[in-house]
Design a protein around this ligand. Structure first.
Ligand SMILES: *[C@@H]1O[C@H](CO)[C@@H](O)[C@H](O)[C@H]1NC(C)=O
Ligand SMILES: *[C@@H]1O[C@H](CO)[C@@H](O)[C@H](O)[C@H]1NC(C)=O
Ligand SMILES: *[C@@H]1O[C@H](CO)[C@@H](O)[C@H](O)[C@H]1NC(C)=O
Ligand SMILES: *[C@@H]1O[C@H](CO)[C@@H](O)[C@H](O)[C@H]1NC(C)=O
Ligand SMILES: *[C@@H]1O[C@H](CO)[C@@H](O)[C@H](O)[C@H]1NC(C)=O
Ligand SMILES: *[C@@H]1O[C@H](CO)[C@@H](O)[C@H](O)[C@H]1NC(C)=O
Ligand SMILES: *[C@@H]1O[C@H](CO)[C@@H](O)[C@H](O)[C@H]1NC(C)=O
Length: 217
């Protein structure tokens, strides 16, 4: 009994074995049917959900990509390859898609593919705090992001030894030799990143006094 169940189980795993496909919200994505290029396809059906809700269909040399309101006007079905292109994807499109196709010799195959939708990260926000102390500038930069779950870090160009370098905060002591320094905050999540850069110059405010003060800009 158990041995009889095993082949069916293995087939199911194999059909689900294609790696998930990722796309950014707003982009277009093409779901590959996985059909053998030598097959002449006579019928193609793309569906979603366990109850096999049809979203695109090719049959009797006719194509219909307006079967389900959530995808209306956003689908292109390639009748030769069986591939389905979804335009302007959103997080609501994140699910498993099933394609069921026949060739002209009535051979049939079913493939599934999981679509993941990624959101582009927003640019982080840099805030600057400055203190002039004698002939140096004390710089404190704070970085924040409106995206949840990101990790923040700093990069400086040219590379600069900084006092503190702790996630969202960067502190440095600068003097008048430091002009046009670029500090970049990097927001990272999974394999995505987004950056903001601020250019900093430590300028002499008034040098005619014994104790000159400096201005950061
Ligand atoms: C597919 O169609 C082409 C052209 O109609 C034909 O030459 C070829 O033999 C067909 N292949 C199969 C496997 O049916
Ligand atoms: C199919 O399943 C989806 C999600 O579970 C549900 O929203 C939809 O109403 C179902 N459609 C039919 C025709 O049962
Ligand atoms: C893309 O979809 C979003 C909703 O997910 C909609 O607000 C926007 O207008 C659509 N853009 C285009 C070009 O259709
Ligand atoms: C930096 O800004 C964030 C967001 O406003 C705040 O939560 C955090 O405490 C600030 N860090 C420092 C060191 O000021
Ligand atoms: C400015 O700071 C750098 C190190 O950051 C140091 O090498 C240099 O001597 C300083 N120059 C002055 C004029 O203090
Ligand atoms: C900072 O970036 C600007 C713009 O990319 C560049 O022109 C400038 O040379 C950079 N400054 C330094 C010190 O590398
Ligand atoms: C941000 O991601 C892009 C694309 O993966 C990569 O080329 C770049 O080096 C990354 N930038 C940083 C600062 O990690």
């Amino acid at each position: 009994m158990h041995l009889l169940l095993l082949p069916a189980l293995l087939l199911r795993v194999a059909a689900d074995n294609r790696p998930p496909l990722s796309a950014y919200a707003g982009d277009s994505v093409t779901l590959l049917s996985g059909a053998d290029p030598l097959w002449n396809l006579s019928a193609i059906t793309w569906s979603i959900w366990p109850n096999t809700t049809w979203i695109a269909k090719y049959d009797d040399k006719r194509t219909n990509t307006n079967l389900f309101y959530k995808y209306r006007g956003r689908l292109q079905l390639n009748e030769v390859t069986g591939d389905l292109t979804i335009t302007n994807v959103s997080s609501a499109d994140e699910m498993k898609y099933t394609v069921d196709f026949f060739n002209t010799e009535r051979k049939n195959k079913v493939n599934t593919i999981q679509l993941r939708i990624k959101q582009r990260l927003n640019q982080p926000l840099i805030r600057k705090a400055v203190a002039a102390a004698g002939d140096i500038c004390l710089l404190a930069l704070n970085c924040s992001s409106s995206d949840p779950g990101v990790s923040l870090s700093w990069e400086s160009d040219p590379h600069l030894r900084t006092l503190g370098h702790d996630g969202d905060t960067l502190m440095a002591v600068l003097n008048k030799t430091h002009t046009g320094l670029n500090f970049t905050c990097v927001s990272r999540k999974n394999s995505d990143n987004s950056t903001s850069t601020i250019s900093i110059t430590c300028e002499v405010l008034s040098s005619h006094r014994a104790s000159s003060s400096y201005l950061l800009s």
